[in-house]
Write a protein that binds this ligand. Structure first.
Ligand SMILES: NC(=O)c1ccc[n+]([C@@H]2O[C@H](COP(=O)([O-])OP(=O)(O)OC[C@H]3O[C@@H](n4cnc5c(N)ncnc54)[C@H](OP(=O)(O)O)[C@@H]3O)[C@@H](O)[C@H]2O)c1
Length: 274
């Protein structure tokens, strides 16, 4: 049976194996997809071990997406433009193909939810692999993005990477607090991993308004800590990242098998499981 895996740290919370099982059932594709916990300094060792022992594709998650980008022989256009890789496929030539399906998956979910339009002014919280991976498709769609992150140094690295792209800028956390009344965002995206440990990013509550869409890339059985905080401060339209997870997984599945699963059915089914 064809072997696939998701590599990450932490990885226990990942729902990717369930999603891929549902895709396999729906399409009749036989595949074995599992979670692999990777100690922080062991990514390359674990990665090559898996592929030397029959693995033919993988998803890469927190915090290894930038490292995965570096070891690819060939990149899809969207991986090249984002600088991070969340999907790997071993080609017949044994070359490593890297793709990024996070951005296109998020955009599809935001469109399904009607959370976005081509003029959306977005506050993107976070500057890790997921944040970097979603910027290019959102800018290409027409949106403006302001990045804010706990460590400003990491924000600067992203801004440097996208230096040739317009409509992207950054703020220090303290600047957003001191002049928050000046800013009006249509959509606030939490792309930090803060929710995993029950924390919330440091942003002023004054930017949350009833007409602002609030989206957390993280997903949970209940609302994530960030989404609970948004509701307390007046948000009416919120979503966690389960839809994105399913959409990005579908693009990975398509890269591996050439078949696009019906995501609408899976999203409905998955939400019922919860
Ligand atoms: N729904 C989906 O399909 C999907 C897809 C991809 C990722 N995700 C989720 O997105 C999140 C980020 O993943 P990633 O791959 O970008 O991880 P990553 O590369 O490790 O980046 C982590 C980011 O979170 C910030 N952060 C961590 N703890 C924080 C805290 N307590 N307060 C404020 N900021 C904090 C980090 O800030 P510093 O720079 O200051 O360290 C960094 O910006 C994870 O929760 C992951 O599960 C979901």
């Amino acid at each position: 049976m064809k072997m696939f895996a998701v590599f990450g740290n932490p990885i226990k919370h990942s729902k990717s194996p369930i999603i891929h099982q549902l895709f396999a059932q729906q399409t009749g594709v036989l595949q074995n997809y599992r979670k692999i916990y990777v100690p922080i300094n062991n990514f390359y060792k674990k990665f090559f071990y898996f592929f030397k022992n029959g693995g033919i594709g993988a998803n890469i998650t927190i915090p290894f997406k930038k490292r995965a980008y570096k070891l690819c022989d060939i990149l899809t256009k969207r991986a090249k433009y984002s600088g991070v890789v969340n999907t790997i496929k071993i080609l017949n030539s044994k070359k490593i193909l890297g793709d990024n399906t996070d951005g296109v998956g998020l955009l599809k979910d935001l469109q399904n939810l009607k959370f976005i339009n081509t003029k959306s002014n977005i506050l993107l919280i976070g500057a890790g692999g997921a944040a970097q991976g979603i910027i290019y498709p959102l800018i290409k769609f027409g949106c403006n993005i302001t990045i804010i992150n706990r460590t400003y140094q990491n924000t600067k690295k992203i801004i440097k990477f996208f230096k040739n792209i317009k409509n992207i800028n950054s703020l220090k956390e303290e600047d957003l607090f001191s002049i928050s009344n000046k800013f009006k965002y249509n959509l606030i995206i939490n792309a930090t991993s803060s929710s995993i440990k029950g924390n919330i990013p440091n942003i002023p509550s004054s930017i949350i308004k009833p007409d602002v869409f609030c989206y957390d890339l993280f997903y949970n059985f209940n609302n994530t800590p960030f989404l609970k905080w948004c509701i307390i401060h007046g948000a009416k339209r919120i979503s966690d990242g389960i839809g994105m997870l399913i959409e990005q997984a579908a693009y990975s599945f398509y890269l591996w098998h050439g078949i696009m699963p019906n995501t609408k059915i899976i999203i409905k089914k998955y939400k019922k499981y919860n």
